[in-house]
Design a protein around this ligand. Sequence first.
Ligand SMILES: [Zn+2]
Ligand SMILES: [Zn+2]
Length: 246
Amino acid sequence: MPHHPKTVSGVEVTPLCDAVGPMGEAIRRPLPEMFPGSALPDEPWVLHFHCYLLRDRAGRLTLVDTGIGGTDSLASSWAPVPGTLTGELAAAGVAPADVDTVILTHLHSDHASGAVSDGRPLFENARYVVQQAELDAADGLLADRVLTPLKGQLLAVDGDAEVTPGVRVHLTPGHTPGHQIARVGELAVTGDLVLHPVQLDDPAVRYVYDDDQERAAATRAAVLGELRAAHALLATAHFAEPFVRL
Ligand SMILES: [Zn+2]
Ligand SMILES: [Zn+2]
């Protein structure tokens, strides 16, 4: 467990480091191409793949994102599978069956693949919270491999919603049509709203794998502006240091 938890508004927030590594050659590009206009140096981008465990005062457990999954995952073509999410959870004293709520920020293979294992929901007692717009846009393969097994446990939300006491989701479209972030007090678990720290300095820096780069940049600027005004604590998916104070 390489990263330390923080407590925010009485909720213990534990970063779960599912994997660390560069993207596979199938989609790897030099950083200046990955983030056009950023003036980043031409060096390898080593990503962390973070999920977050939220434990509130009542002991309710919410997991935000489920990582890259096992060796048979859809992410295996480009991400360093297998992910170590269950080992990270065990190190935090949590078994998959203990998790009450899973929030999927979006349905990319490095955030949603760990939701299922051997064709069954890994978190057997959890509701899985996904934006309706994300479900509507889901790619067929991911729908087959991830959404179909989750069918009986899916909770579709539309826009902003409180999904468990004190934990809210906010629709932040652009990276994907139904991308969402999770909020607890001053904390924001940002998924792929921001991919690289360079986008905190300049939210207009685009990411080549945003579905809609223009919309993503506009959403990033607006949401980061609000979070900065609130001096929010970000919990990021792919930064080397999971937490960033704005
Ligand atoms: Zn990490
Ligand atoms: Zn993504």
